[in-house]
Design a protein around this ligand. Structure first.
Ligand SMILES: [Zn+2]
Length: 402
């Protein structure tokens, strides 16, 4: 009975984490998969549009709200208009960036283009002329670079995103533009099977449904799509500044209730790249021959078995058995227990292992496997074979005997 209760506790605790997250092919670029944050929590990327000298004060207000809540955001500069920043405004923007905020490139203007202080009302610019878009994006990148600010992401007004723009991104800004922030993957890309060389960050939570407060809009969009690895949180400073309290409530909701981890676009991409390249290692150090215990170290951190009721792993027939709760919590996996058939399901990322208590028949990703040592009950706890479970979850296993 005790065993069932503890497994039940694990289950309910793990269910608290956002489960069932998976990387959808539509979201993922080819380089590395876009993945959920630490502990399978979703990532929130704040995208606030239309930073210019005229809207600067509203962005400062947003910045103050976000820093009070303790999150970072990214601000979309209509870069040519930012030529008009005063020295004090540039200093403030530099301060935002120093504190972890990020400037993204608005792509181009809503109405036309300002180059070298001259406004050209140029309808041809809107999503059609590749040369002008290239010049304009480079102009913005250079303008902010002169103030030590790196602009790596672009968005496009009204989500006008066409093949010309896609070609530009893939061919002209190699390494400069690393991500595109817009509402969703454009239909023409799916239809023609086109891809980005940079990332499409387009899972949107839109805080700007005119009939709702920012909090209501955040809840509404989140409840429509609760299982995504990341969300671009869409807003305009000019709109949100009208009701900073509602904005604050929306951000607190995403942070504390949904459990989002807030990152800027480039922080998120760096996080994905690091996670994709990381090999998680679990090390078993057997000190039983010298009168000690069996210790387990995961990515350099030792598992504290005392906090698991001092139930330690055991070695039987040359195989290490580990309490399932300690293993699952250590490696961030989810466990389901079905009492009727004594079925144990371990899920981490896209991998699922199914085992049965006292039964050597198991499956990994649906493929049958026969275990040397079956999951068993020891010291009133469900124990599973450590090497088998860990390797099936993609971990590297090391064994040392002292
Ligand atoms: Zn805009």
């Amino acid at each position: 009975m005790k065993k069932q209760i503890s497994l039940f506790l694990v289950l309910s605790m793990l269910m608290m984490l956002v489960s069932g997250l998976s990387v959808s092919a539509a979201d993922a670029a080819e380089k590395v998969p876009l993945i959920p944050g630490p502990g399978d929590r979703p990532i929130a990327i704040i995208k606030a549009d239309d930073l210019t000298p005229a809207t600067f004060d509203k962005f400062q207000l947003l910045y103050d709200v976000f820093t009070k809540v303790g999150v970072v955001g990214s601000f979309g500069a209509i870069t040519h208009r930012c030529e008009g920043f005063t020295d004090a405004q540039w200093a403030a923007v530099e301060g935002w960036v120093e504190n972890g905020f990020e400037i993204w490139h608005h792509g181009y203007d809503h109405d036309g283009v300002y180059i070298d202080g001259k406004f050209q009302n140029d309808a041809d610019f809107i999503g059609r002329s590749a040369d002008k878009m290239e010049m304009y994006i480079n102009h913005g990148i250079d303008l902010f670079a002169a103030h030590g600010i790196k602009v790596q992401s672009v968005g496009v007004p009204y989500n006008i995103f066409d093949e010309t723009f896609l070609t530009l991104l893939n061919e002209k800004f190699d390494g400069k533009i690393t991500s595109v922030l817009n509402a969703k993957k454009p239909a023409f890309m799916t239809e023609k099977n086109l891809s980005f060389d940079c990332y499409q960050l387009g899972n949107r939570l839109d805080l700007e449904d005119g009939s709702m407060t920012a909090l209501e809009a955040a809840k509404d969009d989140y409840q429509k799509a609760p299982n995504r690895p990341y969300y671009v949180v869409q807003m305009h400073a000019a709109v949100q500044a009208k009701d900073p309290d509602a904005l604050k409530e929306a951000i607190v909701y995403l942070k504390d209730e949904v459990g989002c981890v807030f990152m800027t676009p480039s922080q998120y991409l760096a996080y994905c790249e690091e996670a994709a390249n990381r090999v998680d290692t679990i090390e078993v150090i057997d000190e039983t021959a010298v009168g000690g215990k069996i210790r387990v170290v995961y990515n350099g951190t030792e598992v504290d078995f005392e906090s698991y009721d001092s139930v330690y792993p055991v070695i039987e027939n040359g195989r290490t058995l580990i309490p399932i709760r300690a293993l699952a919590e250590t490696v961030g996996a989810k466990v389901d227990w079905l009492e009727a058939t004594k079925k144990i399901t371990i899920t981490k990322g896209g991998t699922q292992i199914i085992m049965f208590l006292d039964n050597p028949d198991a499956t990994v990703g649906g493929k049958p496997v026969t275990l040397d040592v079956a999951p068993a009950t020891r010291n009133d706890r469900t124990m599973v074979p450590l090497r088998f479970a860990s390797e099936s979850l993609g971990l590297e296993v090391k064994y040392t005997q002292k």
